[in-house]
Design a binder for this molecule. Structure first.
Ligand SMILES: Nc1ncnc2c1ncn2[C@@H]1O[C@H](COP(=O)(O)OP(=O)(O)O)[C@@H](O)[C@H]1O
Ligand SMILES: [Mg+2]
Length: 234
Protein backbone atom coordinates (compact mmCIF):
# COMPACT_ATOMS: atom_id res chain seq x y z
CA UNK A 1 0.00 0.00 0.00
CA UNK A 2 2.89 2.32 0.87
CA UNK A 3 6.38 2.09 -0.58
CA UNK A 4 9.31 4.39 0.06
CA UNK A 5 12.52 3.76 -1.79
CA UNK A 6 15.69 5.48 -0.58
CA UNK A 7 13.83 8.65 0.37
CA UNK A 8 15.87 11.65 1.40
CA UNK A 9 14.53 15.03 2.43
CA UNK A 10 16.68 18.05 3.13
CA UNK A 11 15.50 21.50 4.04
CA UNK A 12 17.69 24.39 2.95
CA UNK A 13 17.89 26.89 5.78
CA UNK A 14 19.96 29.68 4.27
CA UNK A 15 23.48 28.31 4.00
CA UNK A 16 22.63 25.26 6.16
CA UNK A 17 21.02 22.10 4.90
CA UNK A 18 19.00 20.06 7.42
CA UNK A 19 18.60 16.38 6.57
CA UNK A 20 15.19 15.40 7.90
CA UNK A 21 15.22 11.96 6.21
CA UNK A 22 18.27 10.05 5.03
CA UNK A 23 17.75 7.10 2.69
CA UNK A 24 14.51 5.72 4.11
CA UNK A 25 13.31 2.49 2.48
CA UNK A 26 10.04 1.10 3.79
CA UNK A 27 7.12 -1.00 2.57
CA UNK A 28 3.78 -1.18 4.34
CA UNK A 29 1.11 -3.71 3.37
CA UNK A 30 -2.59 -3.04 3.26
CA UNK A 31 -4.20 -3.77 6.65
CA UNK A 32 -1.04 -3.24 8.70
CA UNK A 33 -1.08 -1.21 11.92
CA UNK A 34 2.36 0.40 11.99
CA UNK A 35 3.82 2.74 14.59
CA UNK A 36 6.76 4.94 13.60
CA UNK A 37 8.64 5.64 16.81
CA UNK A 38 11.32 8.25 17.33
CA UNK A 39 12.34 11.23 19.45
CA UNK A 40 11.42 14.79 18.56
CA UNK A 41 13.26 15.91 15.43
CA UNK A 42 13.87 12.37 14.13
CA UNK A 43 11.84 13.00 10.96
CA UNK A 44 8.47 11.45 11.83
CA UNK A 45 6.27 14.32 10.63
CA UNK A 46 8.39 14.71 7.50
CA UNK A 47 7.88 11.01 6.74
CA UNK A 48 4.13 11.21 7.29
CA UNK A 49 3.78 14.34 5.16
CA UNK A 50 5.66 12.58 2.36
CA UNK A 51 3.30 9.59 2.44
CA UNK A 52 0.27 11.89 2.63
CA UNK A 53 1.32 13.88 -0.42
CA UNK A 54 1.82 17.07 1.59
CA UNK A 55 5.54 17.23 0.87
CA UNK A 56 7.88 15.82 -1.78
CA UNK A 57 11.22 14.08 -1.24
CA UNK A 58 14.49 15.64 -2.27
CA UNK A 59 15.44 12.28 -3.77
CA UNK A 60 14.05 8.75 -3.82
CA UNK A 61 10.53 7.63 -4.59
CA UNK A 62 7.23 7.43 -2.72
CA UNK A 63 4.40 5.24 -3.97
CA UNK A 64 1.05 5.06 -2.19
CA UNK A 65 -1.84 2.95 -3.43
CA UNK A 66 -0.06 2.48 -6.77
CA UNK A 67 0.45 6.19 -7.25
CA UNK A 68 3.93 7.65 -7.61
CA UNK A 69 4.05 10.82 -5.57
CA UNK A 70 7.57 11.77 -6.42
CA UNK A 71 7.38 13.66 -9.67
CA UNK A 72 5.13 16.44 -8.47
CA UNK A 73 3.35 17.72 -11.57
CA UNK A 74 2.49 14.27 -12.91
CA UNK A 75 -0.32 13.46 -10.50
CA UNK A 76 -2.95 15.62 -8.94
CA UNK A 77 -1.92 15.65 -5.28
CA UNK A 78 -5.21 17.11 -4.17
CA UNK A 79 -7.15 14.32 -5.88
CA UNK A 80 -4.72 11.76 -4.45
CA UNK A 81 -5.29 12.99 -0.90
CA UNK A 82 -9.04 13.22 -1.37
CA UNK A 83 -9.27 9.64 -2.66
CA UNK A 84 -6.66 7.91 -0.54
CA UNK A 85 -5.62 9.62 2.67
CA UNK A 86 -7.25 10.29 6.02
CA UNK A 87 -4.89 12.66 7.83
CA UNK A 88 -5.15 13.09 11.60
CA UNK A 89 -3.00 16.07 12.54
CA UNK A 90 -1.41 16.58 15.94
CA UNK A 91 -3.09 19.97 16.24
CA UNK A 92 -6.43 18.62 14.86
CA UNK A 93 -6.75 21.34 12.15
CA UNK A 94 -10.51 21.65 12.54
CA UNK A 95 -12.29 24.66 11.05
CA UNK A 96 -12.99 26.85 14.10
CA UNK A 97 -16.16 28.38 12.65
CA UNK A 98 -17.74 25.03 11.79
CA UNK A 99 -19.43 22.72 14.30
CA UNK A 100 -18.19 19.17 14.84
CA UNK A 101 -20.84 17.88 12.44
CA UNK A 102 -20.06 20.52 9.81
CA UNK A 103 -16.33 19.76 10.03
CA UNK A 104 -16.92 16.06 9.42
CA UNK A 105 -19.60 16.64 6.80
CA UNK A 106 -17.28 18.97 4.91
CA UNK A 107 -14.79 16.12 4.42
CA UNK A 108 -17.52 13.76 3.23
CA UNK A 109 -18.86 16.44 0.86
CA UNK A 110 -15.39 17.01 -0.58
CA UNK A 111 -15.19 13.30 -1.28
CA UNK A 112 -18.49 13.53 -3.17
CA UNK A 113 -20.33 11.19 -0.80
CA UNK A 114 -24.03 11.58 -1.59
CA UNK A 115 -25.44 11.04 1.92
CA UNK A 116 -22.65 13.09 3.50
CA UNK A 117 -24.78 14.29 6.40
CA UNK A 118 -25.80 10.78 7.44
CA UNK A 119 -22.23 9.51 7.04
CA UNK A 120 -20.89 12.39 9.14
CA UNK A 121 -23.42 11.69 11.91
CA UNK A 122 -22.57 7.99 11.87
CA UNK A 123 -18.83 8.67 12.11
CA UNK A 124 -19.30 11.07 15.03
CA UNK A 125 -21.44 8.40 16.69
CA UNK A 126 -18.68 5.83 16.06
CA UNK A 127 -16.17 7.99 17.93
CA UNK A 128 -18.63 8.50 20.80
CA UNK A 129 -19.52 12.12 20.07
CA UNK A 130 -23.17 11.92 19.10
CA UNK A 131 -23.99 14.25 22.01
CA UNK A 132 -21.54 16.91 20.83
CA UNK A 133 -22.20 17.25 17.10
CA UNK A 134 -23.43 20.86 17.28
CA UNK A 135 -20.50 22.10 19.34
CA UNK A 136 -17.75 24.26 17.89
CA UNK A 137 -14.13 23.12 18.33
CA UNK A 138 -13.49 25.70 21.09
CA UNK A 139 -16.37 24.19 23.05
CA UNK A 140 -14.74 20.74 22.98
CA UNK A 141 -11.88 19.26 25.01
CA UNK A 142 -8.62 18.27 23.29
CA UNK A 143 -9.68 14.63 23.31
CA UNK A 144 -13.05 15.48 21.80
CA UNK A 145 -11.44 17.62 19.10
CA UNK A 146 -9.10 14.75 18.30
CA UNK A 147 -12.09 12.43 18.00
CA UNK A 148 -13.77 14.89 15.60
CA UNK A 149 -10.55 14.87 13.57
CA UNK A 150 -10.66 11.06 13.48
CA UNK A 151 -14.35 11.07 12.52
CA UNK A 152 -13.44 13.45 9.71
CA UNK A 153 -10.77 11.07 8.45
CA UNK A 154 -13.18 8.11 8.69
CA UNK A 155 -16.00 9.94 6.93
CA UNK A 156 -14.03 9.94 3.70
CA UNK A 157 -13.81 6.13 3.77
CA UNK A 158 -10.23 6.54 2.54
CA UNK A 159 -8.01 3.46 2.87
CA UNK A 160 -4.86 4.99 4.42
CA UNK A 161 -5.04 6.64 7.85
CA UNK A 162 -2.05 8.73 8.88
CA UNK A 163 -1.95 10.01 12.45
CA UNK A 164 0.71 12.42 13.71
CA UNK A 165 1.15 12.07 17.51
CA UNK A 166 -2.61 11.50 17.87
CA UNK A 167 -2.38 11.07 21.63
CA UNK A 168 0.29 13.71 22.16
CA UNK A 169 -1.83 16.33 23.89
CA UNK A 170 -4.24 13.98 25.57
CA UNK A 171 -4.50 12.53 29.04
CA UNK A 172 -3.89 8.81 29.36
CA UNK A 173 -7.52 7.70 29.45
CA UNK A 174 -8.44 9.71 26.34
CA UNK A 175 -5.25 8.57 24.61
CA UNK A 176 -6.30 4.96 25.12
CA UNK A 177 -9.72 5.68 23.57
CA UNK A 178 -8.03 7.21 20.54
CA UNK A 179 -5.71 4.22 20.15
CA UNK A 180 -8.64 1.81 20.35
CA UNK A 181 -10.42 3.77 17.63
CA UNK A 182 -7.40 3.70 15.36
CA UNK A 183 -6.77 0.00 16.00
CA UNK A 184 -10.40 -0.82 15.21
CA UNK A 185 -9.92 0.60 11.72
CA UNK A 186 -7.68 -2.33 10.84
CA UNK A 187 -10.76 -4.55 10.98
CA UNK A 188 -12.33 -2.21 8.43
CA UNK A 189 -9.38 -3.07 6.13
CA UNK A 190 -7.65 0.29 6.55
CA UNK A 191 -3.90 0.73 6.66
CA UNK A 192 -2.98 2.71 9.77
CA UNK A 193 0.28 4.55 10.35
CA UNK A 194 0.73 6.29 13.69
CA UNK A 195 3.83 8.34 14.48
CA UNK A 196 4.76 8.97 18.09
CA UNK A 197 7.65 9.61 20.46
CA UNK A 198 5.91 7.44 23.08
CA UNK A 199 7.41 3.94 23.18
CA UNK A 200 4.52 2.68 25.24
CA UNK A 201 2.13 3.33 22.35
CA UNK A 202 4.31 1.32 20.00
CA UNK A 203 3.64 -1.83 22.06
CA UNK A 204 0.18 -2.20 20.51
CA UNK A 205 1.34 -2.04 16.89
CA UNK A 206 1.65 -4.98 14.49
CA UNK A 207 4.99 -3.53 13.60
CA UNK A 208 7.28 -0.80 14.92
CA UNK A 209 9.59 1.25 12.70
CA UNK A 210 12.13 3.21 14.73
CA UNK A 211 13.52 6.45 13.34
CA UNK A 212 16.62 8.18 14.61
CA UNK A 213 18.07 11.30 12.98
CA UNK A 214 16.17 10.62 9.77
CA UNK A 215 17.19 6.97 9.44
CA UNK A 216 15.37 3.72 10.17
CA UNK A 217 17.29 1.99 12.95
CA UNK A 218 14.93 -0.94 13.52
CA UNK A 219 11.81 -2.44 11.99
CA UNK A 220 9.88 -5.36 13.46
CA UNK A 221 7.66 -6.61 16.27
CA UNK A 222 7.23 -4.39 19.31
CA UNK A 223 10.02 -5.00 21.82
CA UNK A 224 8.83 -7.54 24.37
CA UNK A 225 5.96 -8.65 22.11
CA UNK A 226 2.66 -7.11 21.20
CA UNK A 227 0.60 -5.81 24.12
CA UNK A 228 -3.11 -5.30 24.50
CA UNK A 229 -4.25 -1.67 24.69
CA UNK A 230 -5.60 -2.30 28.19
CA UNK A 231 -2.04 -3.16 29.35
CA UNK A 232 -0.58 0.25 28.45
CA UNK A 233 0.48 2.89 30.98
CA UNK A 234 2.04 6.30 30.52
N1 LIG B 1 9.82 23.02 7.00
C1 LIG B 1 11.01 22.78 7.57
N2 LIG B 1 12.05 23.61 7.36
C2 LIG B 1 13.25 23.35 7.91
N3 LIG B 1 13.54 22.30 8.69
C3 LIG B 1 12.54 21.44 8.95
C4 LIG B 1 11.23 21.64 8.41
N4 LIG B 1 10.45 20.61 8.82
C5 LIG B 1 11.23 19.84 9.60
N5 LIG B 1 12.49 20.33 9.66
C6 LIG B 1 13.62 19.73 10.40
O1 LIG B 1 13.71 18.37 10.03
C7 LIG B 1 13.99 17.54 11.14
C8 LIG B 1 12.87 16.53 11.32
O2 LIG B 1 11.69 17.21 11.68
P1 LIG B 1 10.29 16.49 11.90
O3 LIG B 1 9.99 15.63 10.74
O4 LIG B 1 9.29 17.53 12.25
O5 LIG B 1 10.59 15.55 13.18
P2 LIG B 1 9.62 14.92 14.26
O6 LIG B 1 8.23 14.95 13.72
O7 LIG B 1 10.15 13.55 14.48
O8 LIG B 1 9.75 15.75 15.49
C9 LIG B 1 14.15 18.49 12.32
O9 LIG B 1 15.53 18.75 12.46
C10 LIG B 1 13.40 19.71 11.89
O10 LIG B 1 13.93 20.86 12.50
MG1 LIG C 1 6.47 15.75 14.46
Amino acid sequence: MIKLDNVTKSYEMGPVSVNALLGVTLGIERGEFVVVLGPSGSGKTTLLNMIGGLDTPTSGSVTVSHRQLTSSGSIDKFAFRRETIGFIFQSFNLFPSLTALENVRFAADMKGISDALAVAKQCLDDVGLSQRIDHFPHELSGGEQQRVAIARALATGNPVLLADEPTGELDFRTGIQILKLLESQIKADKTVLVVTHNREISRVADRVVELSSGEIVSDGDPKGGRADISDLHW
